[in-house]
Write a protein that binds this ligand. Structure first.
Ligand SMILES: [Zn+2]
Length: 496
């Protein structure tokens, strides 16, 4: 704290303190508001907001009085104070006229790199974005991720706006909670309502089941869709008996749920919300006509969405390139992009990290209006930093990940050929980072993050977590540069 006293002296003069070997000063976070001056600093691996002066902002920040000011931890309470006085630190919605990129900061330390990556580009960052699955696997909460994003924005002096996505939410109580906390983006996951058992049914069985629906429902869908031809900017879509029955049965209940959530929560929210519909986490590939069917129903019911995520053909596995027939993908993506444009929302691409072979196609047909989600790729970049800066830790994590890989398959669909990974004892330290260029090794780490970061020894101490974060925070610039390079490559290929 002695160290910070002299830093506060400089701050009290209204000047930006300089970094020293002991204290890193984040110059861009320097702010003067009313009669308070603040700046963010790092001592060791812990960050603080320093404040001097007087007035409400100074008083409301909680922390220890040191010399001429106050040393405030990056706590939830202090985040709320920062949000209150600096509007740009509050997440916001972006609507449909600019591309957005979901960058879920799995660790709470990647956002500065994400901000730098997207700053001068035609895309806005959704810095906070975590699914309930990721939160559970990491023992984090929704407020943790908002705290991390808000402070990262302050640290970087980034004033061009960012979003916060409550990702893949299935339960109404989670939607209500996320909105209450100030999330600006809701991704409604309708996989519980989408029926996966319809695909295998015979035409006859489909007709039979459709016939057993309530009369008004049957009539409604028949009147509006049967044998009608819809012209979607030149793309012709129509429904015969079978396809109408199929889409009604697969998506009917899901569409009712979307409508309910929109009316009960999104429309009633006290600020603009980006509302995304996700129909991607199902076993059924979303055919263009199915996409149209869902979108047309939403339109008819007055439900406005900012983006929609279909399930594309082929495989979008985590952390590696697209698997599948690229020609077919291009054909279907073009149709999906047309449908999205026709209805006036953005096409959303999930598990969008590292899909380098199809990014140019996605960029071409969406014409720069899309939402793309990445999440785990920033964790892999962090692992790369560990491989470079702390080979010993990397080796221990690698062994542990291999031993515990099987346990992750209940959460993630990946199919790495683990035998193709060069054995660790045949790899020199300088070659460890190359594991992050290898598909199977990438997936091995991609899915074991929760296990690695929560692993304990017999005494209940963290096996890797503390050392992992220490290494990362000591080498923040290496991490930032890695993210700028890796995520930047995504944006280059998407032409954003
Ligand atoms: Zn998804």
């Amino acid at each position: 704290m002695e160290l910070l006293s002299s830093v506060l002296d400089v701050l009290a003069e209204g000047k930006i303190p300089e970094s020293s070997s002991e204290v890193t000063v984040y110059e861009k976070s320097f702010e003067q508001k009313d009669q308070t001056t603040i700046v963010m600093v790092k001592v060791g691996t812990t960050k603080y907001v320093l404040a001097t002066g007087q007035g409400k902002l100074f008083e409301e920040l909680t922390g220890d009085i040191v010399g001429k000011g106050k040393v405030s931890p990056l706590s939830y309470e202090n985040r709320l104070v920062i949000n209150k006085y600096f509007e740009y630190t509050v997440p916001q919605a972006f609507g449909t006229q600019i591309a957005t990129m979901g960058l879920g900061d799995r660790l709470g330390v990647a956002s500065p790199g994400h901000i730098e990556t997207t700053r001068e580009r035609k895309v806005k960052p959704i810095l906070a974005q975590q699914s309930i699955r990721e939160l559970t696997l990491l023992n984090r909460t929704m407020t943790d991720i908002l705290d991390a994003a808000s402070f990262a924005v302050l640290q970087e002096g980034y004033k061009d706006g960012y979003g916060a996505d409550a990702d893949h939410i299935k339960l109404e109580k989670d939607i209500a909670y996320a909105l209450e906390l100030g999330f600006s983006f809701i991704t409604l996951d309708c996989s519980e309502q989408i029926r996966n058992d319809i695909e295998e049914k015979t035409d006859e069985a489909l007709q039979q089941e459709f016939a057993s629906l309530p009369v008004d429902r049957k009539e409604y869908y028949t009147t509006h869709y049967l044998n009608k031809v819809f012209d979607v900017n030149g793309l012709s879509i129509q429904f015969d008996d079978t396809s109408l029955a199929k889409n009604t049965l697969v998506y009917g209940e899901a569409i009712d749920f979307m409508e309910h959530v929109y009316n009960a929560y999104i429309q009633k929210a006290d600020k603009a919300i980006d509302f995304e519909i996700s129909i991607d986490e199902t076993e059924t590939v979303t055919a263009p006509e199915a996409h149209f069917f869902v979108a047309e129903e939403l339109r008819r019911r007055g439900v406005t969405v900012q983006s929609l995520a279909p399930r594309f053909c082929g495989e979008f596995q985590k952390g590696i390139d697209y698997i599948g027939n690229i020609e077919q993908f291009e054909k279907e993506l073009q149709a999906h992009a047309e449908i999205a444009k026709y209805f006036g929302y953005k096409l959303s691409i999930h598990s969008g990290s590292d899909k380098f072979s199809v990014f140019p196609i996605i960029g071409k047909y969406t014409e720069g209006l899309l939402h793309i989600k990445t999440a785990g790729t920033n964790w892999l970049e962090a692992v790369r930093v560990i491989a470079v800066e702390n080979p010993d830790l990397y080796r221990r994590m690698h062994v542990y990940a291999e031993e515990h890989f099987e346990e992750t398959l209940q959460y993630y669909h990946v199919t790495p050929d683990l035998d193709s990974i060069t054995p660790l004892n045949q790899t020199k330290d300088v070659d460890l980072p190359a594991y992050m260029e290898h598909d199977a090794a990438r997936q091995l780490f991609h899915v074991t993050y929760g296990i690695l970061l929560t692993a304990k020894d017999d005494q209940g101490n963290d096996l890797f977590r503390t050392e992992f974060f220490d290494t990362l925070l000591t080498n923040e610039d290496t991490y930032r540069n890695g993210l700028v390079k890796h995520i930047g490559r995504h944006l280059d290929l998407l032409d954003l």
